[in-house]
Design a protein around this ligand. Structure first.
Ligand SMILES: [Zn+2]
Length: 267
């Protein structure tokens, strides 16, 4: 089986990188569009799904375009910080946000170009590890800046979520591409259970946005598990991640980093 396409002009094979550059230019070619392979066969158990060319490109683009905005968004948090908890939260959450999109884009680009299998494997592990890191980092500003008084065992959540993330990463390194459904359950457990504890015990501004974001992540998991069943399923999962992270960022920015309004006493 070959993954090389042939040039229409010369009949010679086109490299992956050249296909990547030339494909968007063929966007108006309807014949090409009709011949697009939107998805491949579902992967067998314990094997990674092989995306089609269009799926590879969608995977790179849907996260790639958010690398730069995530840098700007993180700098905005740092700029608004007026206390140490706010500053550290901006650094931790911002770094996780930037790394989430950067590692994902790098992994999907290398996977598409298929130039280095070992590098692809390392980046795939990094991409999955970033999910755990980003879940823990999403809790971080709320548990560090504390817009609500943490009582009982919820006061311990600050370190519990990082221990859960570390255990998740350790498990994922040991059993990479094995028991994949169990891994998805771990993501859901870490994203849902600590948040339920907080929701049950506290009422605070931003809770609605946190619930909407959480719901979008959970809805996205349906597509995360649908490779080979729904065309471009993984890219759709990426879009849900962007939407959910966007809603959570909006809540963090508005409720944990409000702009300080200075009243001018001399109008
Ligand atoms: Zn991805």
């Amino acid at each position: 089986m070959t993954f090389l396409a042939l040039s229409r002009v010369t009949g010679m094979p086109i490299s992956r990188s050249k296909q990547f550059v030339s494909l968007p230019l063929q966007g108006l070619d309807w014949k090409w569009l009709q011949n697009v392979r939107w998805m491949n066969e579902k992967a067998s158990p314990n094997r990674a799904y092989i995306p089609t060319t269009i799926e590879h490109i969608a995977n790179v683009v849907t996260h790639g375009v958010w690398v730069f905005p995530s840098v700007v968004a993180s700098l905005e948090l740092i700029d608004r910080a007026t206390s140490w908890p706010q500053y550290w939260s901006a650094v931790v959450y911002g770094a996780a946000l930037i790394l989430l999109f950067t590692v994902s884009t790098f992994f999907h680009s290398v996977f598409y170009c298929n130039s280095n299998t070992q590098l692809k494997d390392v980046l795939h592990r990094g991409d999955r590890a970033m999910i755990y890191v980003f879940i823990a980092a999403s809790y971080f500003p709320w548990l560090t800046i504390q817009p609500f008084p943490l009582t009982g065992w919820t006061a311990e959540l600050w370190w519990i979520v990082w221990v859960l993330a570390s255990l998740g990463i350790l498990y994922q390194q040991l059993f990479h591409e094995q028991y994949k459904c169990l891994e998805t359950c771990f993501y859901l457990f870490m994203g849902i259970v600590p948040s339920l504890a907080i929701i049950n015990m506290h009422e605070f501004s931003g809770l609605t946005e946190l619930k909407i974001g959480g719901f979008l992540y959970i809805l996205g998991v349906v597509f995360f598990k649908a490779d080979g069943k729904i065309p471009c399923a993984h890219a759709i999962w990426h879009i849900f991640v962007v939407l959910a992270a966007g809603v959570h960022y909006y809540a963090i920015l508005n409720y944990l980093y409000p702009t300080v309004v200075t009243l001018d006493s001399n109008p």
